[in-house]
Ligand binder design. Sequence first.
Ligand code: F6R
Length: 255
Amino acid sequence: MEIVIQPTAAAATTLAARLFVKAIRQKPACVLGLATGSTPLALYRELIALNLDWRNVTTFNLDEYVGLSPEHSQSYYRFMQETLFQHVTIDKRNIHIPDGLAEDILKFCADYETRIVEAGGIDIQLLGIGTDGHIGFNEPTSSLASRTRLKTLTPQTRRDNARFFGSEDEVPHHCITMGIGTILDARQCVLLAFGKNKAHAVADAVEGAVRAMNPASALQMHPNMTVFLDEDAASELRLADYYRWVYENKPERAD
Ligand code: F6R
């Protein structure tokens, strides 16, 4: 796991964006795993500004709320259209987002897994982290081998996400999410976390034991994993100075 600590979220975002630019430029038909929420907003803006060729890019989103139509103001379908897809040259047929209105959720989830495999697997997966350590919507105690499935959000996640809805009561209880096993199958994973409210979950995921109580800790098992943090999100890391030194003295800079 590589830990990259930057003075600001903007600086960390720019470095993370470079990995996605590289993926798209080196492999025009690459498969991206995408996330929603506030964390990746600036990264999407950076990708849009570069006018990359998205015509052959395929995307799979991590998750969606169950019960929200694509048109709902808080659906992740709408979020992705408004923050990224409407602004790039992606072919609509190459966009995959879990269907929150799927009638047969079990079948939908199995098909989603099949579609990822048929696309050739995810080349690079973007991740944020919940204050409870969730990745995608894999909440604490999710199986570390889980696949795409129906999950129930924790009260903490519903409280955290109430800021996007009118009130906590309006936040759905259920979601469809790629599993931790699905995420670990990506060839490369990139996790972004900014702000003090993420510091505890980040330290626990990076330096704590691998365990289902912190789903992001499973990323310790991934062979190509980079974590981009601002100083606030890095503030509880015991080995922060070591990570800074390692990054600044990298023999061959990947960027
Ligand atoms: C959303 C997702 C979630 C978020 C996490 C952090 O697609 O996968 O795991 O990344 O809830 O959300 P923000 O970025 O809003 O703090």
